[in-house]
Design a protein around this ligand. Structure first.
Ligand SMILES: *Cc1c(COP(=O)(O)O)cnc(C)c1O
Length: 378
């Protein structure tokens, strides 16, 4: 059986967890949390970051930081995970969905400006599959209209836009270390703070609305309730697990990218024949090997495709359903047309891609995909 995903354990996780336990302090903001923060700052170049219990948490922190008030509008793609929207809905925001490009599920920057109103507070971009959004255009637009940009970089570790790491461009960014992502800690995430105006408050919101972090640095003589907040910080056991993964980031990325390019090479002929569509990588974007997908002709073909591979014990999954058509959003939003988002929601399939995917197994997947599309198009 070839699963869709298999979380990769580097082998060092228990060593660091054991050490965290031996240190006798396993709550949040401890030794390994600090080591992870330092890694991200020094090795990737993030200005300031805070580990969280999930990317969802980091997005919720971002919504609090940009001070979303009931009635504020937040623009984002409809082709995304629910957390991108929920974090802002929880603070009373009205979500305005933008459409995808025709050749890429990311939000179409050329049609963003008409969505901006007096009430727009933020634009949330999602780097789908770790492929960068059109950040120059989006940042220019945001600066022109004085709105914040938050990067949902859940899938975007070790990916770049014009040489800049994704997550370092918007005012704030959120990463995920869920077990389906490249670097994992079971559940886990991180908020990146690129705009220094948010530094102080981010730390307070992270620590339940208290100035506890400043207290431990000796900056205040007692710690108090100073703002809203929650328990967004992960335990140091989670951070210890993540640290083991971070030390192996280069190795993990080399393998995942190799598998990604194998799929691209193996399936290129099918795209040339117009049998399917493969991921489009804009010139300014990089590949981080997060996920490989193909786009079928229609929903029926996709259903057949998934069933065909399932018959050989190979598990593929489709992905996001258009949020603008979801039961929660659809009922109070009228009838918005986002055809390119629907295009991907109906046709996109994700192929198995994980560190331990055997190359002979991958060759077999590619052969079977070729067989399926040759047959259906003959
Ligand atoms: C995985 C993912 C999330 C949620 O991450 P969690 O860490 O599970 O909260 C949010 N947005 C996108 C685009 C994701 O892929």
């Amino acid at each position: 059986m070839i699963p869709f995903n298999k979380p990769y354990m580097t082998g060092d996780e228990l060593y660091y967890i054991k050490d965290a336990v031996a240190r006798g302090k396993i709550s949040g903001n401890g030794y390994y949390t600090e080591k992870c923060h330092t890694y991200f700052k020094e090795q990737i170049g993030f200005r300031n970051c805070l580990l969280t219990s999930s990317c969802t948490d980091a997005l919720e922190m971002a919504a609090i930081l940009v001070d979303i008030q009931p009635g504020d509008e937040v623009i984002m793609p409809s082709y995304t995970f629910v957390s991108t929207a929920n974090a802002f809905v929880l603070r009373g925001a009205k979500i305005i969905f933008g459409d995808s490009y025709t050749n890429n599920p990311n939000i179409d920057a050329n049609h963003l400006e008409k969505l901006i109103t007096q009430k727009t507070k933020a634009i949330v971009v999602v780097h789908y599959a770790g492929v960068a959004c059109d950040m120059d255009k989006i940042m220019d637009l945001a600066n022109k209209h004085n709105v914040y940009v938050i990067e949902d970089a859940a899938q975007a570790i070790d990916s770049y836009y014009k040489g800049k790491p994704l997550g370092s461009i918007g005012h704030l960014a959120a990463f995920s270390f869920h077990e389906t992502k490249n670097i994992i800690s079971g559940e886990g995430g991180m908020l990146v703070v690129n705009d220094e105006r948010f530094d102080k408050r981010a730390e307070i919101i992270w620590e339940k609305g208290t100035n506890r972090s400043a207290f431990f640095r000796g900056e205040v003589d007692k710690y108090s309730w100073v703002d809203i907040g929650s328990s967004f910080l992960p335990s140091d056991v989670t951070a210890a697990f993540l640290y083991a993964q971070l030390e192996n980031l280069a190795k993990i990325q080399t393998r995942r990218k190799m598998l990604w390019f194998n799929y691209q090479k193996g399936l290129a002929q099918l795209e040339e024949n117009n049998f399917l569509q493969l991921p489009y990588i804009p010139e300014d974007a990089s590949v981080n090997g997060h996920l490989f997908y193909l786009v079928c002709k229609d929903i029926e073909e996709r259903t057949q495709f998934i069933a065909f591979l399932k018959g050989y014990d190979i598990h593929c999954v489709f992905h996001y359903l258009s949020l603008h058509k979801s039961p929660f959003y659809g009922q109070n939003s009228g009838s918005q047309e986002l055809p390119h988002c629907d295009h991907f929601a109906d046709r996109l399939v994700r192929l198995p891609l994980y560190y331990e995917l055997d190359m002979t197994h991958q060759d077999r997947i590619v052969e079977l995909i070729k067989r399926f599309f040759s047959k259906i198009n003959s």
